[in-house]
Write a protein that binds this ligand. Structure first.
Ligand code: PRT
Ligand code: ZN
Length: 304
């Protein structure tokens, strides 16, 4: 199948997501909150979009950039670490860029870090010169070493990178870290991050030239709405007019509030969309500043 025959003229949008793994549930949840619903095929590899002509293909995360490059899928939800690694691989091979990050999605957060044995007295990247570094991310590591002007040997492994130093295969590693527990269990310590990663919506570099452009636009608008309000709350309260400056100072993450005067008094009724966590502590601080009748409401949907 060529790119032209698989992707040209399709009137449904096809999104690849991870079948099983860290990103599969949050990716489905995000797409569902953007109003998509599906009927799953018996082999559970394909989900036929029912509410919109947007289908899902369930695959291994590492296959997603290639599926976009080949035009088999239009969009994909994948870790930035995977997307950049495969973009780097294409660039090294002299191939043109065909996929890129469209949106950061705010889940699946981790770092691609250099980690060294706990006993090392870490002085900086120059210490890696002449050392062997094990990784499953050779392209990103190579690019980083180049920028640092450090020459080291890259040992490419397919997994279990964290045990490479103990097995004598490498002196240091470059691997994904989230809590750091895996490194600690292997007597390693992270010393610097070469990438901050999270799940991203990946898509082609070139725009779609058919009905998929409208579908992708619609999906992006809805996803943006979902992402904007993910941790947002609607705060309703009243405040004496003179206390307003102090009260608003405690709401730096709020959109400009809507306010109206309560009839015949110096009291204002306000509603503000707040993007940060609305903790008890924060509500108590607002009350001390003069706010009254505080009410925190969940926000389900928003269309800017
Ligand atoms: O089968 P498939 O190929 O689809 O899945 P996979 O095993 O390759 O991927 P999966 O599900 O493990 O990870 C998918 C994506 O989740 C990654 O590409 C990252 O973008 C993201 N992610 C977020 C992580 C982590 N956090 C993470 N902690 N991917 C891997 N890890 C590893 C880490 O390297 C360590 O070995 O999990 C282990 C635990 O980490 P600590 O630091 O919490 O101990
Ligand atoms: Zn994988």
């Amino acid at each position: 199948m060529t790119t032209a025959t698989t992707s040209a003229g399709r009137d449904r949008l096809r999104i690849a997501i991870q079948k099983n793994g860290r990103l599969s549930e949050p990716a489905r949840a995000l797409l569902a909150s953007a109003g998509l619903s599906w009927r799953e095929s018996r082999d559970k590899l394909f989900c036929y979009g029912e509410s919109l002509p947007v289908d899902l293909l369930l695959v291994r995360d590492d296959d997603i950039p290639g599926l976009i490059a080949d035009g088999v899928c239009d969009l994909g939800v994948v870790g930035r670490n995977v997307l950049l690694e495969q973009a780097g691989e294409r660039a090294e091979a002299g191939k043109p860029a065909v996929f890129r990050e469209w949106r950061a999605l705010g889940f699946g957060g981790c770092r691609l870090s250099i980690a060294v044995p706990e006993g090392w007295d870490w002085q900086g990247p120059a210490q890696l010169a002449g050392k062997r570094i094990a990784t499953t991310y050779p392209n990103q590591l190579r690019a980083w070493l180049r920028v640092q002007g450090v020459e080291a040997e890259i040992v490419v492994l397919n997994g279990s990178v964290e045990i490479a130093p103990r097995l004598g295969q490498a002196d240091a590693i470059c691997d994904l870290v989230s809590s750091g527990a895996t490194l600690a269990a292997n007597q390693l310590k992270p010393v610097l991050d070469i990438l901050r990663s999270e799940a991203v919506l990946a898509g082609p570099v070139a725009p779609f030239g058919d009905v998929r452009a409208e579908l992708a636009d619609l999906l992006l608008r809805r996803m943006d709405g979902v992402l904007r309000i993910r941790d947002s709350k609607l705060l309703l309260f009243q405040s004496p007019r003179e206390a307003l400056p102090q009260v608003l100072q405690l709401l730096p993450d709020a959109e400009p509030p809507t306010m109206c005067a309560v009839d015949g008094s110096e009291t204002l009724a306000l509603q503000a969309l707040c993007h940060g966590a609305m903790t008890w502590q924060r509500l108590e601080d607002l009350k001390r500043a003069g706010a009254r009748g505080l009410m925190v409401l969940p926000v389900e949907r928003m269309l800017a």
